[in-house]
Design a protein around this ligand. Structure first.
Ligand code: UDP
Ligand code: MG
Length: 139
C-alpha cells in the first residue's frame, strides 16, 4: 500500500445497530474505493493482537472485549492521501470531540465504542490490511 491506501473497520457497535450501509455510503461518497471488504468476528486474542500497540494502556482489556463482542467489517480503502483524509472523515477518537458531519460524530456511542477504526500511518495501514486480507482478496 504505497501511500494511497488505508485500513478501516466498522466496529461492533455500528455493525450491531445496522449502520454498516450508512457508513459505507459515507466512505464511498468521500471518494474512497473499497479494495477489500470482509465481515468477520475477532476472538479476544486476535483483537488483542490487532491493538497490541496499546497493551500497556488502561483501556486495553476493555477494548479487547468490546472488539470481540460482535462482528466487524474490515476494509482496505484507496484514495489519494488515504490515511490522513480518512482520519478526517472519521473524526476524533472521542465522539464528544469529533467535528460535525464526521462518522464518529454521527455514529459513535462512546470513546470506546466509536463506530470505526482508521489507520494512523501508511506503514500501519499496510500491516493492518495484511492482518485481515490475503493478496487474492484485494481488488
Ligand atoms: N480507546 C478507548 N479509550 C481511550 C482511548 C481509546 O477505549 O481512552 C479505544 C477506542 O476504541 C479507540 C481505540 O481504543 O478507537 C484505539 O485508540 P487510539 O488512541 O489508537 O484511537 P484511534 O486511532 O482509533 O482514533
Ligand atoms: Mg489508533
Amino acid at each position: 500500500m504505497a501511500g494511497n491506501k488505508t485500513f478501516s473497520m466498522i466496529k461492533p457497535d455500528a455493525v450491531a445497530e445496522g449502520n454498516t450501509g450508512a457508513i459505507l455510503k459515507m466512505i464511498e461518497d468521500a471518494g474512497f474505493k473499497i479494495v477489500a471488504m470482509k465481515k468477520t468476528l475477532l476472538t479476544k486474542e486476535r483483537a488483542g493482537q490487532f491493538y497490541e500497540v496499546h497493551k500497556e494502556r488502561p483501556f486495553y482489556e476493555d477494548l479487547r472485549s468490546y472488539m470481540s463482542s460482535g462482528p466487524i467489517v474490515a476494509l482496505i480503502l484507496e484514495k489519494e492521501n488515504a490515511v490522513a483524509d480518512f482520519r478526517k472523515l472519521i473524526g476524533a477518537t472521542d465522539p464528544a470531540k469529533a467535528e460535525e458531519g464526521t462518522i464518529r460524530k454521527l455514529f459513535a456511542k462512546s470513546i470506546e465504542a466509536n463506530a470505526v477504526h482508521g489507520s494512523d500511518a501508511d506503514e500501519t495501514a499496510e500491516n493492518e490490511g495484511s492482518f485481515f486480507f490475503s493478496h487474492t482478496e484485494r481488488f
